[in-house]
Design a protein around this ligand. Structure first.
Ligand code: HEM
Length: 394
């Protein structure tokens, strides 16, 4: 099929159900929605997101445009952040994150992550009635963030409030919360500037000190230290918090899934991957074609938007046998929800560590965990949020 066949492509909603995706996948690996092309199958999805032929067309700027954040100081600050950059500037900006979040560095965090998880579980007042997000999921990433940047752990609730107000209103396209987002951004900026300045005279073994060393070594400018620190404040928490909720909702909604986790105590990493496949935080990985690009039998025309629909690719029956089943023994495959190529998530290893350790430790300490009532996930065009998940740990 070439672009000439575009009118014959099936149409699909940008928030289709699993069944709607399955029905359309039977006809075609590619569909059209109001926002562009939707790629529905796993291998073509991976080809699109890992191909150097696509760009991100201004990246997160596209989201900001939808929310009418098109100019002014808030937009100018966002334009400095990696997710809004392309080309050489993006390659340059990725270096400090790659340094901070390299696999050997993240591996060293395992005992800290475990200690934090045990502390969070110890704090639970009534194990028979737990609000999973408030008492577990929302607590780990902000506590870890404070440890990573050497801020006092008591600041974690404040950090949670700030990070939860900056990005979530934007990626859920909630115009009513844009002011909250901007206010929280400036508040976060003030906190970071003060924190970075204080650290300059007292360098230690933490992310902020490492960023300052990157500046001293000439890798980044003083202004870039702040924008890298800002994007860590923005990107390192809300996605992991929601994925924790989505992962536990997925594991507990069907008892046989949790039994499988208990039967394979060393397979918490595979368990986490299965939940990402079945219920990803990121429902779409966005790419843009600046020129005609051929993928398989289709030519994406210049100036088109391409959405890799992870809620469909994860259930692609040509890639995964019985795709709706949770199985720990699947052959390894690329997980698409962390993106790819020169745009890929730089915190994927850390996020995987947090989520798989949470699964492992809850399984060890609270094997009888069960869901109370139903859980609720809000599925949006860009991300899913865990809205409600109540559990009994005992
Ligand atoms: C489950 C949790 C997470 C999910 C689902 C997630 C997902 C994503 C996705 C989809 C992208 C864009 C990829 C692309 O377009 O190819 C991204 C980018 C990014 N993520 Fe994550 N992420 C998570 C956690 C984290 C954490 C913990 C950190 C930092 C510690 C982080 C830092 C970043 C950064 C800095 C970028 C921008 C990369 C760039 O533009 O070059 N993420 N993430």
């Amino acid at each position: 099929m070439t672009t000439a066949g575009i009118d014959t492509l099936p149409r699909i909603s940008s928030v289709a159900t699993a069944q709607e995706y399955a029905d359309v996948r039977k006809k075609s690996w590619i569909a059209v929605s109001d926002r562009g092309y939707e790629v529905l199958t796993h291998d073509n999805g991976w080809t699109v997101m890992s191909s150097k032929d696509f760009d991100i067309g201004g990246g997160f700027g596209w989201v900001l445009d939808q929310l009418d954040i098109t100019h002014g100081p808030y937009r100018e600050e966002w334009n400095k952040i990696i997710v809004c950059t392309e080309g050489a500037q993006r390659e340059h900006m990725r270096k400090p994150y790659m340094h901070l979040l390299k696999p050997q560095q993240v591996a060293k965090l395992q005992s800290l992550v475990r200690e934090l998880i045990h502390g969070i579980l110890d704090d639970i007042k009534d194990p028979t009635n737990v609000d999973f997000m408030a008492e577990i999921g929302d607590r780990l990433p902000p506590q870890l963030y404070c440890e990573l940047v050497s801020a006092p752990r008591e600041l974690a609730p404040e950090v949670w409030r700030i990070t939860n107000s900056i990005n979530p209103p934007l990626i859920t396209f909630n115009k009513a919360r844009v002011k909250e987002s901007e206010d929280a951004f400036w508040e976060g900026m003030d906190f970071l500037r003060e924190h970075i300045e204080a650290r300059r005279t007292n360098l230690g073994d933490d992310f902020t000190s490492e960023l300052i060393r990157c500046e001293q070594d000439g890798m980044i400018s003083p202004e870039e230290v702040t924008s890298v620190a800002m994007s860590l404040l923005i990107a390192s928490m809300d996605n992991t918090m929601h994925q924790l909720g989505l992962s536990f909702g997925t594991l507990l909604e069907d008892r046989s899934r949790w039994e499988e986790v208990l039967a394979r105590p060393t397979a918490s990493t595979q368990a986490a991957e299965e939940t990402f496949r079945l219920c990803p935080r990121f429902n779409v990985i966005t790419r843009h074609a600046s020129k005609d690009v051929i993928v398989g039998d289709f030519t994406f025309p210049a100036d088109s938007w391409i959405m890799v629909a992870t809620r469909s690719t994860g259930r692609d029956e040509t890639k995964f046998e019985s795709p709706n089943e949770f199985r720990l023994n699947r052959p390894a495959s690329k997980a698409l929800q962390f993106g790819g190529s020169s745009y890929s998530c730089l915190g994927a290893i850390l996020a995987r560590l947090e989520i798989s350790e949470m699964i492992r430790i809850v399984a060890e300490r609270f094997p009888k965990i069960r869901m109370i009532g139903d859980w609720k996930a809000a599925v949006g065009p860009m991300v899913s949020e865990c809205e409600h998940l109540r559990v009994s740990l005992v």
